[in-house]
Design a protein around this ligand. Sequence first.
Ligand SMILES: Nc1nc2c(ncn2[C@@H]2O[C@H](COP(=O)(O)OP(=O)(O)OP(=O)(O)O)[C@@H](O)[C@H]2O)c(=O)[nH]1
Ligand SMILES: C[S@@+](CC[C@H](N)C(=O)[O-])C[C@H]1O[C@@H](n2cnc3c(N)ncnc32)[C@H](O)[C@@H]1O
Ligand code: SF4
Ligand code: SF4
Length: 323
Amino acid sequence: MLVDKFDRKIDYLRVSVTQRCNFRCQYCMPEKPFEWTPKEDLLSYEQMFDFIKVAIDKGIKKIRITGGEPLVRDDLHKLISMISSYKPDIDLAITTNAYLLKEQIFKLKEAGLKRVNISLDSLEKETFWYLSKRDALQKVLDSIEAALKAEVKVKINSVILKNINENEILNLYNFAKSKNIQIRFIEYMENKNAYIDLKTVPSSQIIETIKSKYCLEETNLPKSSAAKLYKDEDGYVFGIIEPYDDSFCKACNRIRLSANGDLIPCLYYEDSLNIKSSLHNKQKTENILKQVIDNRPEKNKWSHNKTAENTEISSRAFYFTGG
Ligand SMILES: Nc1nc2c(ncn2[C@@H]2O[C@H](COP(=O)(O)OP(=O)(O)OP(=O)(O)O)[C@@H](O)[C@H]2O)c(=O)[nH]1
Ligand SMILES: C[S@@+](CC[C@H](N)C(=O)[O-])C[C@H]1O[C@@H](n2cnc3c(N)ncnc32)[C@H](O)[C@@H]1O
Ligand code: SF4
Ligand code: SF4
């Protein structure tokens, strides 16, 4: 079992398989090209799997494949299949913008994928384009249908931004509710790769907006993710993710592997150790894993510094860490 020095059990690994993406979401990536890690520095699937086996043997029970956009690697089903053959009962999921999901979902499901979290920030064609710089809404909606048809468990993630899609909170809510999909609204997290004029919509405003139509209560459902869960009067459950809040750090169970082999102890700290050169040696890989877990901070950097002039802006790119 993997336990850090704050007595938190680590059983969730997020693996980023690429930094590249077919979208340019304003809150995540600059529009102009920038430097990617050279191809030769990226891990192959075999190398990722070498690490994943060690992690599973040490107690990892949930693996999420992310990116960049994981489905730009159109052979992703191969990695899914390696993991699922090694540990069939693992909670195996991906986080995706879903642009390429419809054509891959059956292969992925067959390979052992159990869940998919889909990013969907707008149901309006123009706003979708404005946010992601791609005319892709219909393809994403078709992919959602395809995933439901394939009977893969779906969640939706929506980042809500001031004056951009804050008017769509209820539409997104009703859309997800009508399909019985859990939606999680995410507070925008400032970072150096995002467009500068973006402003977050606080979770309190999101809740108030939903309360204007529905009666809500906070739930006592078991929490395995960063989301606070609420239930409306019809029993529909949705979530709010407040990245600046540190309350879920107390139960944080996750570490991250980047596409170039950086093992990252916490989303909000710059520290990491690269495992690439150790992968041929199981003992060395285990040692690095242990070191990274020993190095996990108690909580995120912004815990006591939430006012504007004190707040640090993360220079870590979401498309690098996988979110
Ligand atoms: N602060 C913080 N935010 C996180 C962390 N992990 C995920 N998030 C945020 O939650 C968002 C959604 O994450 P997902 O990729 O859907 O994964 P998840 O929430 O673990 O998904 P489930 O396994 O379905 O609960 C990410 O984009 C991040 O904004 C974390 O460790 N710390
Ligand atoms: C980095 S993306 C990678 C996976 C995939 N490309 C996708 O968009 O779902 C993972 C998650 O991070 C979220 N994200 C990216 N930048 C963010 C930011 N600045 N603040 C909050 N969430 C962010 C996205 O909305 C997405 O749900
Ligand atoms: S949030 Fe996901 S889809 Fe959007 S640019 Fe970042 S990696 Fe790509
Ligand atoms: S901020 Fe760090 S410690 Fe807190 S939940 Fe995220 S990864 Fe875990």
